[in-house]
Write a protein that binds this ligand. Sequence first.
Ligand code: 13P
Length: 286
Amino acid sequence: MKEMLLRGAEEGYAVGQFNLNNLEFTQAILQAAEEEQAPVILGVSEAYIPYMGGLEFITGMVKSLVQHYGITVPVALHLDHGSTYDVCIRALRAGFTSVMIDASHHSLEENIDITGRVTDAAHVLDASVEAELGRIVGREDDLVVDDAEGMYAVPEECLRLVRETGIDCLAPALGSVHGPYRGQPKLGYARMGEIRQLTGLPLVLHGGSGLPDDEIRQAIKLGTAKINVNTDNQAAFTQAIRGFLAEHPDAYDPRNYLIPARKAIQESVKAKIRLFGSSGKAKREV
Ligand code: 13P
């Protein structure tokens, strides 16, 4: 993942992290990336690990599909919002190629301690690490962050976290939210630019669903090289199922509604990849 993001930051595009929810999401995201010839990050948030049958099952499913479809684009398998050292290590042992340690709800000292230990272990395995500072408002899976807690990351604290841990990319909370936006999104662009300048690391934007295209482009200009998207794909999937079942109330074979729903995710992912500028970036031009 680190190499994908360094190149994105250098060339002014972002790589999409699309969250896996089930088999159909995995199929759709891999095929969309291949069609767009784009590098891709498959995100698995901690709460989805038991739902999808455990870490080893997820790694096996991804590897089998990569082989089955003959995927040629770079694929990273990433733990999204790992809450503890243990879950990050378990993901790495299962074959994940990168992890996010989200110790942002701890004090800065504790965040640095946990993040540093995860980074030391991940780097031995050639895996990459993302960390978070500040609080990203909204739903982070089972964790509901309330508005008052949604604080922007402080640039000097970001610099300390980066220097003292050796992480590969940073997700500073700057006003983006997980899930649907209530009202007009307002991202802290000045601070985003400052954090990028100070740390020199590729930045990560969580809550990529529902943001206007211009906001996304502005974030990429300021050094955002990874954008996480889940809600927009979930909405596309669910809307396709709802539409099909409304028109065919007697349907019972899951393939009848899951095939159009999978197609809807694929189209949604392709549109994001184009917006992020990562289409055609799977290979380096020579
Ligand atoms: P959305 O669900 O708002 O797209 O956010 C996804 C995300 O940031 C996962 O970490």
